[in-house]
Design a binder for this molecule. Structure first.
Ligand code: AMP
Length: 568
């Protein structure tokens, strides 16, 4: 069975295509959204999602979040005595979603279409595929998030040709896609964006405003208090959708801080951040050779676009009323599920032919000889950014020295004129026959497939020897043996049993609320926790349900009564 997965920075969702329509699959807690958070508890059990989020408040040293930002890098996240890469942590999230889908569909799930930010580079895409493999999923397709949103929204369903800009501001990434939909063909013209800009940066501004107002020192207060403040900042930010005044209520140490902020004051502090949204819009339109006047529609998606100032800003700079895609949290997963149906050529769904583009220029490093002197370290683009994929392009390079025996072709990605400033993806070395400088010609061919994954080929023209080499990601490429041993290492970590998850979540929440409360409330929590623990020890299902209900009601009451700073 094939499923569609939105592997988000903050939250992840899984969907499938069944009974003639795409459907979001609910997780083990009955929720559509699974936070992209992973913890390893004291029993070496892997916790994912809501449970990990709750666990993480009291055990930050055993919890990781926003790891998608480190996809494709060698950054390690330490969770107690364990250390994981972003792709390994993502594989836990994927495994959890896969299990939820299997439970929901009552069949085995072994294949997935996973969405990635359009602006993800080759390394980040490959890391996503590896994360899928580690989770036991064959990743049959990688789909760009804005493209998935556009499919889900049904761009062009009115039958006319439409030029559309998809503005996607997620938790940690920002993507702009310019596309045209005409007669079942969705043609992506250009993508641009920023992998390090998202809703979290707007939260950070409120956090800084709060710290400044209260005079609290980030260096002095503990990690847990910092998390509380960030959480309160996020809630305050989200409340601006409904009100012109936002309140942050946080207890740090024993002191309670209540600060209210005017929306106008917040907007002023976000001015610089808003300005950062302009460049990718201009770049995408420029690359697509489309002017603002030619646009028929601007679609807003991603949680960050719920901020009215973001919508106002887009309207102001584009001069067109943007349309917010309904349920922006769900559209990417729905789009991925529709893509699943298209892949399986479902009879109910008309296939949308997708043409996509590569987000970055791919090239190599050369020495430029201008006749009188040589300039080393020059970037030679081979496939320009925003070229329609799949694509294959060739460039010929020559030997640089007399009797040179080897030529090393560096595979680079980026836009800088100086080769060293671009991202190094790998290199290939080929043997050439000796001879005078410039005699031997070497053809370098780059092929970018539909998932925006790259292959390179080098051909020595004189010998006719064509050596096809698949670029490997040196840092991360693994042999089959390495892959197996990594899977074994991760398998050792058992997932928390599904059926326990709900109970565990309530108990974790009780632990946290206990820490935040005082006197009478603590007593009440303690009593109910003990009752629930008894019921759990005795495996008394009826009593578990009764005590869980009572405890949840008490926690709800305390949390809404105390302050609104936490959501369960
Ligand atoms: P996504 O990755 O698309 O789920 O977006 C997550 C981001 O959207 C986070 O930074 C959230 O804080 C932000 N977000 C969600 N709801 C709102 C809201 N009502 N107002 C402002 N930002 C929001």
């Amino acid at each position: 069975m094939l499923i569609g997965i939105d592997l988000g920075t903050t939250n992840s969702l899984v969907a499938c295509y069944r009974d003639g329509k795409p459907q979001i699959i609910v997780n083990r807690l009955g929720k559509k959204i699974t936070p992209s958070i992973v913890s390893i508890d004291e029993n070496d059990h892997v916790l994912v999602g809501e449970t990990a989020k709750e666990y993480g408040i009291l055990h930050p040293d055993r919890t990781a979040a926003v790891f998608k930002r480190a996809m494709g890098t060698s950054k390690k996240f330490d969770l107690a005595e364990h250390s994981f890469s972003a792709e390994e942590l993502s594989s836990f999230v994927l495994r959890s979603l896969k299990e939820d889908a299997e439970e929901y569909l009552k069949e085995k799930v072994d294949e997935a279409i996973i969405s990635v930010p359009a602006y993800f580079n080759d390394k980040q895409r490959k890391a996503t595929i590896r994360a899928g493999e580690l989770a036991g999923l064959k990743v049959s397709r990688i789909i760009n998030e804005p493209t998935a949103s556009a499919i889900a929204y049904g761009v062009g369903e009115k039958g006319k040709s439409e030029r559309c800009l998809v503005f996607d501001l997620g938790g940690g990434t920002f993507d702009v896609t310019v596309l045209e939909y005409y007669r079942n063909i969705m043609e992506v013209y250009a993508i641009a964006g920023d992998n390090f800009l998202g809703g979290e940066d707007f939260t950070q501004i409120l956090f800084e405003m709060f710290m400044k107002r209260t005079g609290l020192d980030q260096e002095v207060i503990g990690f847990r208090d910092l998390k509380y403040i960030l959480k309160a900042a996020e809630l305050c930010k989200c409340s601006f959708s409904e009100s012109d005044v936002g309140v942050m209520n946080v207890t740090v140490g024993k002191k309670k801080y209540t600060e209210s902020f005017q929306l106008s004051e917040y907007e002023l502090c976000c001015r610089e951040l808003l300005e950062k949204l302009r460049k990718p819009i201009e770049k995408a339109l420029n690359d697509a050779r489309i002017s603002l006047d030619d646009l028929d529609e601007i679609l807003l998606t991603g949680g960050g676009t719920r901020l009215t100032m973001v919508k106002d800003y887009v309207r102001r700079i584009c001069g067109l009323e943007p349309v917010s895609i309904p349920d922006p949290e769900e559209t990417v997963a729905i789009g991925a599920a529709l893509q699943c149906a298209m892949k399986e050529r479902s009879a109910q769904i008309e296939e949308v032919i997708l043409t996509d583009v590569c987000p970055f220029t791919l090239g190599t490093e050369v020495i430029r000889d201008n006749g009188s002197f040589e300039i080393p370290g020059v970037y030679l683009p081979i496939i320009e950014r925003n070229t329609v994929i799949p694509v294959s392009r060739k460039q010929t390079v020559y030997t640089a020295k007399d009797d040179q025996r080897y030529v090393t072709v560096k595979i680079l990605q980026g836009e800088s004129r100086i080769a060293a400033n671009n991202l190094f993806l790998g290199d290939l070395t080929v043997e050439v026959p000796p001879g005078p400088k410039g005699k031997e010609a070497i053809e370098v061919t780059y092929t970018y497939d539909i998932d925006a994954l790259l292959e390179a080929e080098v051909k020595v023209v004189s010998t006719g020897v064509s050596k096809k080499v698949v670029i490997h990601d040196e840092e991360h490429e693994e042999s089959e043996n390495e892959k197996l041993s990594r899977m074994k290492r991760l398998e050792y970590l058992k997932f928390n049993p599904r059926e326990d998850e709900e109970n565990m979540l309530v108990m974790l929440r009780a632990d946290r609320v206990y820490e935040e409360s005082l006197s009478q409330e603590r007593k009440e929590i303690e009593e109910l926790v003990e009752a629930m623990q008894n019921a759990l020890d005795e495996k008394n299902i009826l009593m578990i349900e009764v005590s869980k209900k009572k405890l949840t009601e008490l926690l709800d009451e305390i949390e809404t009564g105390n302050s609104d700073q936490y959501v369960a």
